[in-house]
Design a protein around this ligand. Structure first.
Ligand SMILES: [Zn+2]
Length: 223
């Protein structure tokens, strides 16, 4: 059976939930592009399109680009041929206002299967996953003291398997920063998740299982 429906996927989840990995999986498995509003914005600005010039004025002043402008760019982007069978959004819509505008787009409201997938993991697991990350300031390799443990140590410090440099914790992966990021996530995601529940499109996937199993469950939801 050929499903001619468009698949529109919104991926939700806290930092460290594995959204990037699952976005890659969804892209490959369902042949839909991963659309990033940040990338679209940069493209318009680089190319100097009328929308880009308009957006640049706001960014120049250090202001947020208004939603109307972002949506104008988005509406243009989904006209491209690669979006015929749908599109994947990660980190967008960011709030309920944007979600309302999102559902009002012809592209989303007409003959599309919309799925908002929440990869759900508890805060303490997020903290555990991220605070155990180490990175090499020299060759940029990423390690994790739980499941990708570097082989060599000098005293208490871990060394890069590749180049022997002492590994560091990125600012983003410090416990205090992680807690802040989680707060930001919960404040924004709470109302958004409620909105998606009311729209009947929310699917929760348990993020505590293996990456492969999360992918399998996502595939089942989207098929
Ligand atoms: Zn290294």
């Amino acid at each position: 059976m050929i499903d001619t429906k468009k698949r529109i996927v919104v991926l939700l989840g806290p930092p460290g939930a594995g959204k990037g990995t699952q976005a890659e999986f969804i892209k490959e498995r369902f042949h839909i592009p991963h659309i990033s509003t940040g990338e679209i914005l940069r493209e318009h600005i680089d190319k100097g399109t009328p929308l880009g010039i308009e957006a640049d004025k706001f960014m120049h002043k250090g202001d947020l680009v208004p939603d109307d402008l972002v949506f104008d760019m988005l509406k243009e982007r989904v006209q491209h041929k690669d979006c015929t069978h749908g599109a994947l959004f990660d980190g967008f819509p960011r709030n309920v206002d944007q979600a309302e505008m999102f559902f009002q787009m012809d592209y989303v409201s007409s003959n599309a299967k919309v799925s908002a997938i929440l990869i759900d993991i508890p805060d303490d697991e997020v903290i555990k996953r991220l605070s155990n990350r180490r990175y090499c300031p020299n060759c940029k390799s990423i390690y994790n003291l739980i499941h990708k443990v570097p082989q060599k140590k000098a005293g208490t410090a871990f060394l890069c398997d590749n180049c022997g440099t002492e590994l560091e914790i990125r600012d983003d992966d410090k416990v205090e920063t992680i807690k802040n990021r989680l707060n930001v996530f919960h404040n924004a995601a709470g109302p958004l998740i409620d909105y998606f529940i009311r729209k009947n499109v929310l699917h929760k996937v348990n993020g505590m299982i293996s990456l492969e199993e999360v992918s399998r469950q996502i595939a089942k939801i989207l098929e």
